[in-house]
Write a protein that binds this ligand. Structure first.
Ligand SMILES: Nc1nc2c(ncn2[C@@H]2O[C@H](COP(=O)(O)OP(=O)(O)OP(=O)(O)O)[C@@H](O)[C@H]2O)c(=O)[nH]1
Ligand SMILES: [Mg+2]
Length: 325
């Protein structure tokens, strides 16, 4: 299939073509990269947009269960839903997230759903680009909603937030002490906090946890991209499928407000610039990782250690010799 045909099939919403294109953007091969670049540029001209929802939460909080229930609710509303994952930790036991399609059994059988497990990779920069491009492909394929899951490790939340329109933080019911466990930076990224497992014996704890987080959110600095009352904390039960409609209504209300007030477009533009900046940095860093550059680094390091060159002079020499085009 040539690139033109692949482009057309993706625009037609063909799931197999979409899967093939994602494999293409995931490939490290030079010729694949070139083709992926061409494909993405062609598709970008159509300016299709999905609602991209980032979802983060620690292992066991119920991300997979939530995505299954929430995804089923959305397809039930007639929406087309794609699910992707950003998983920088290949070492994670049990393999990649979303590998457990068993927990998404119903959704994976839905005609209007597309689920793509993340390839296991260790390098966050590479994962970020591949995921971002996979999201762009899903948008071009006409999905109404793209859910992007990540486990709360390291920088992966930032990566996901920078490719999402909405960022959800899924939390488990817990005693007040554990509120401290959520880093402030993560709280500040969240548009909605969802306290999951608000069912059965956990319900009273969930109610308290939700109130605690609502209080904590009110203490954060007000963000220009939020209308009154946001970010919000809500209770859900992914298993009993409670609170999902309400969560969806809040997401739609927030999205509508941001679109009306110019924040949607601005955020997307800012994100594009952020990724441009990241691409430049990555490319520059990559030049320092060639065998020749590494050897020069070692050589110059030796001279710096012996006091023959100042760190600044050595750095300047390195840049002159290795960062030119
Ligand atoms: N009571 C209750 N249990 C839930 C709920 N959602 C998920 N669980 C349970 O919590 C456990 C973990 O759920 P998962 O959906 O696999 O959690 P996850 O966040 O995807 O976990 P990782 O993939 O390991 O990061 C499972 O035993 C689920 O049945 C819920 O709403 N209520
Ligand atoms: Mg999971």
């Amino acid at each position: 299939m040539d690139t033109e045909q692949l482009t057309q099939k993706i625009l037609d919403g063909d799931r197999r073509a979409l899967a093939r294109a994602i494999t293409l953007v995931e490939s490290g091969r030079e010729d694949h990269r070139a083709r992926a670049g061409e494909l993405l540029s062609d598709l970008a001209k159509h300016k299709r947009q999905s609602l991209r929802i980032g979802l983060s939460g620690t292992p066991g909080v119920g991300k997979s269960t939530f995505i299954e229930s929430f995804g089923m609710m959305l397809t039930g509303l007639g929406l087309r839903v794609a699910v992707l994952a950003v998983d920088p930790s290949s070492a994670r036991s049990g393999g990649s997230i979303l590998g457990d399609k068993t927990r998404m059994e119903r959704l994976s059988r839905e005609r209007n759903a597309f689920i793509r497990p993340s390839p296991s990779q260790s390098h966050l920069g590479g994962v970020a680009r591949r995921s971002r491009e996979a999201v762009a492909l899903c948008e071009a394929a006409g999905f109404d909603v793209v859910l992007i899951e990540t486990v709360g490790v390291g920088q992966s939340e930032t990566v996901v937030a920078e490719m999402s329109d909405l960022f959800l933080l899924l939390l488990a019911p817990a005693g007040g002490d554990e509120l401290q466990g959520v880093k402030r930076g993560i709280m500040e990224m969240a548009d909605l906090i969802l306290v999951n497992k608000a069912d059965g014996p956990l319900k009273p704890v969930a109610t308290r946890t939700c109130a605690d987080y609502a209080g904590a959110l009110r203490l954060l600095r007000k963000r220009p991209q939020d209308p009154e009352g946001f970010p919000k904390a809500l209770m859900v039960s992914a298993v009993e499928e409670h609170g999902l409609e309400q969560a969806w209504e809040e997401m739609q209300a927030l999205t509508a407000w941001r679109k009306e007030n110019g924040h949607w477009d601005r955020r997307r533009a800012d994100q594009s610039c952020y990724w441009f900046d990241q691409e430049v940095r990555q490319a520059l860093l990559a030049r320092l990782h060639t065998a020749r550059a590494q050897a020069a680094m070692a050589e110059l390091s030796g001279q710096v250690a012996e006091g023959l060159l100042t760190p600044a002079a050595a750095a300047q020499q390195m840049l002159q010799d290795h960062l030119k085009g």
